[in-house]
Design a protein around this ligand. Sequence first.
Ligand code: NDP
Length: 488
Amino acid sequence: MPTEVTPHPAGRGWEYAPAPESRDIVSIAPQYGLFIDGEFAPAADGAQLGTVNPATEEPLAMVARGGPADVDRAVAAARAAFEDVWGPMPGAERAKYLYRIARILLERARQFAVLETLDNGKPIRESRDVDVPLAAAHFFYYAGWADKLEYAGFGPAPRPLGVAAQVIPWNFPLLMAAWKLAPALAAGNTCVLKPAETTPLTALLLAQVCQQAELPPGVVNILTGAAETGAALVAHPAVNKIAFTGSTEVGKQIAAAAAGTGKRLTLELGGKAANIVFDDAPAEQAVEGIVSGIFFNQGQVCCAGSRLLVQESVAEEIAERLCRRLATLRLGDPMDKNTDIGAINSRQQLDKIEELAAAGQAEGAHRWSPPCELPGRGYWFAPTVFTGVSMSHRIAREEIFGPVLSVLTFRTPAEAAAKANNTPYGLSAGVWTEKGSRILWMAQQLRAGVVWANTYNRFDPASPFGGYRESGFGREGGRHGLAGYLDG
Ligand code: NDP
């Protein structure tokens, strides 16, 4: 592996014309209430917090900051809806509501995509082509299960658990809401969902979709707020199930708080995935997979392929191709349809990425980014590749959650598997090779919940997703995704 990598001298020979998506399709209210029992209302104590567009730092809206009294009210509404309406409702009837939500999501797809990009900073291309269609697909998929639960392999008469407290992060705000709500509702549970502080807006638009679909009041409640709101929600004694996606640190706190309470718990936490490229892999395809593995959503993805393990004999070739490809990525206005790399979600996250990248340099790895101009306002970080990384470096061990790739090399498949597994996490991995037998062998060796072969970051509602060890437990997606919401 070269310690020096130089960008392709040609760079981009020409420029795209601006292709901005219009934001007029969505109207953002100056303030939003909590969505409890089918209606929007301010927090009991009137507290609010602001959300900004991370690409411009422009304030977008104020949202209610739920406190303990609001948590009580939301959980009570969910409990009443569970006992009186949703729990007793036949699965075939519940399915109709889920199908309706899915269809409305598709009808309003452009609104959701624009709002997601404004609030999160991700490129419109991604919110339009990935987040929103996949969110709708989850509702469609689980709608199909609602009347077939007795055939799902959880016993002849599986029962819903009751009230689900669901806490989600800021990297895929709408999609994570769909991952949580769709299986819970299909199984007959009611939900109180707490979106992340920095990305509450699409969850609130989803609340409007629930109204539009005439979902019975209290079946879905959206409780915006900060970390304390999430902590009060998961600690509430009338909650039966906790589903959390976010950092390993907070996941551990929630696991400790839930211990001995009888609440069911699933955790989807961090990762430090290895994307492993063998010498027989089709190089162009592998480079595309490496790029989407770590630069999709600015690398703010729990299953991001943040450690590239490349076989020594092709390391130089892959590095050169990668650098050439990175020089063609377009960083900038997330609302531009040609943008590949958008903004980092928050100042706090940007600080964390900068701190870890600086640690990589201080520990002796070689840092490289393609020439790219960062906008003057907003939270931005250039795509970055570190070569000369060793397993002991912080950038090889800690989840950076940003557009930063650490490159390591290996000689044999056994060494690749050992290096890939040398992490406290176990969420995902990628293998690039033409040999089917090697794919199967590697998949057996890798301690990861998901192993992609000759592809990366591929999601489907029918396919389970989740981790081992410090990446959490439980699965979302597929038949397995129902297990966390049913008693056999
Ligand atoms: P957190 O784990 O802090 O946040 C995830 C969600 O949990 C948010 O809704 C948050 O609310 C809420 N929350 C925070 N503290 C508590 C608590 N004590 N009890 C209950 N809920 C709580 O992630 P951050 O946003 O702070 O990101 C920090 C790091 O976590 C990232 O740098 C990244 O490494 C990792 N991360 C991993 C994700 C994954 O998918 N695996 C997703 C997001 C982050 P609020 O936003 O209001 O604080």
